[in-house]
Design a binder for this molecule. Structure first.
Ligand SMILES: C[S@@+](CC[C@H](N)C(=O)[O-])C[C@H]1O[C@@H](n2cnc3c(N)ncnc32)[C@H](O)[C@@H]1O
Length: 272
């Protein structure tokens, strides 16, 4: 897990940079603020190490001459085309019922934004402090956006390891309608070969692999399945199309797409 990072900003955006630094420090990431005369492409090329930057658009993750953030505004086109019928995730998570849903592996929050747009009430969990702070900024901006604010208002962000959060919910007998799990970003080779992604998405993945290397390699999220099953009648797991089952457990139902699939586990006799 990261413990220290540089945060670049031009003088004009120093107050915002300080706020981001304070939020990150409260989550255990010490930030070294650096004033930069011009935060432009040349600067990022000359400073290729993993860092953060703040500008008029908010907080960014940068490395190798690139920068990225969870860009919820860029999802607007997809959301406008989405419907309960057209989206496989909507059928898998039974979004027609407007469920109380826990997305226990937030990442960039794109799946949750779509599910909230289609009516789910979402608790969004992320344990990585930098990713969480990027998400918080995306959520804040979405709340001010005329199109996105309705979906954003149905999303509550929680900074936590999901294993801890799910155990706590079970101890407090607090059920959820659905728990959604998508623990792993596809590995580099998988998404280059199997998934025809646009350049922008590939760029985002490269930066996320730099930020989350140890999670991608060591923690496969297998422990989350049983914890999720203890509190939800329906657990939905998103997997790369050919990936093994989470925790080696065969699902009761599957929805297959070109690049990914959704595995569903049902507990009809759940009593909390
Ligand atoms: C593949 S990404 C999820 C992508 C997401 N579905 C989206 O639409 O952007 C997985 C994320 O889950 C997070 N994660 C994995 N295990 C976790 C855990 N036990 N608790 C909280 N977050 C976890 C990782 O930090 C990573 O950001």
């Amino acid at each position: 897990m990261v413990s220290g990072m540089r945060l670049y900003s031009e003088a004009e955006f120093e107050p915002q940079a300080r706020q981001f630094a304070a939020a990150l420090a409260s989550r255990g990431v010490q930030v070294q603020l650096e004033a930069v005369e011009k935060l432009n492409a040349r600067f990022f090329r000359l400073n290729p190490e993993l860092a953060l930057s703040a500008d008029a658009d908010g907080l960014w993750l940068c490395a190798g001459g690139m920068k990225m953030r969870p860009d919820w505004k860029a999802e607007a086109g997809r959301l406008k085309r989405a419907s309960l019928k057209s989206e496989m995730i909507a059928r898998a998570c039974n979004l027609a019922e407007k469920p109380q849903l826990i997305d226990a592996t937030a990442g960039l929050g794109h799946d949750s934004l779509l599910m909230a747009h289609l009516g789910a009430q979402v608790t969004l969990l992320e344990r990585h402090p930098v990713l969480f702070t990027l998400l918080e900024d995306a959520h804040r901006q979405a709340m001010q956006d005329p199109f996105l604010s309705a979906a954003a208002s149905r999303i509550q962000l929680v900074f936590s390891d999901s294993a801890d959060y799910l155990r706590q919910r079970a101890a407090q007998h607090q059920a959820a309608d659905v728990v959604y799990l998508d623990p792993m970003f596809p590995q580099r080779d998988q998404h280059q070969q199997a998934v025809k992604k646009q350049a922008q998405v590939k760029k985002q993945m490269q930066l996320l692999h730099l930020l989350l290397p140890e999670h991608g390699e060591m923690d496969l999220g297998d422990n989350l399945l049983a914890l999720a099953q203890a509190i939800a009648k329906r657990v939905v797991v998103k997997r790369p199309r050919l990936a093994v089952f989470l925790a080696g457990q065969a699902p009761q139902h599957q929805w297959q797409g070109d690049a990914c699939r959704f595995d569903a586990y049902f507990q009809h006799d759940l009593m909390l």
